[in-house]
Write a new protein. Sequence first.
Length: 115
Amino acid sequence: VRLVESGGGWVQPGGSLRLSCAASGFAFSGISMSWFRQAPGKERELVARISGAGTSTVYANSVKGRFTISRDNARNMVYLQMNSLKPEDTAVYYCNYSPLGIDYWGQGTQVTVSE
């Protein structure tokens, strides 16, 4: 299993970023995928989850209406479109695959929102 995140960076408040996760090593299209984030001194938290077919999504209350998770099963990719970013969105963002309770993580991508 390999998960590789990209797309992080620095952005001013109100800006946008699109994160990508390239997945390999497992049957991608039938599996729910998630984005988590971890801010300094805080626990890792779920940001968004998408079903295997992409027809069902779940979002943390803190990002609802601002973030959109999507996937391309033909390319084994998961995306997180982040709009109206706030300083409190600053964190390392991780792609997650969790079959049968076993967590697989990517290396993470840093998102920094500041003036």
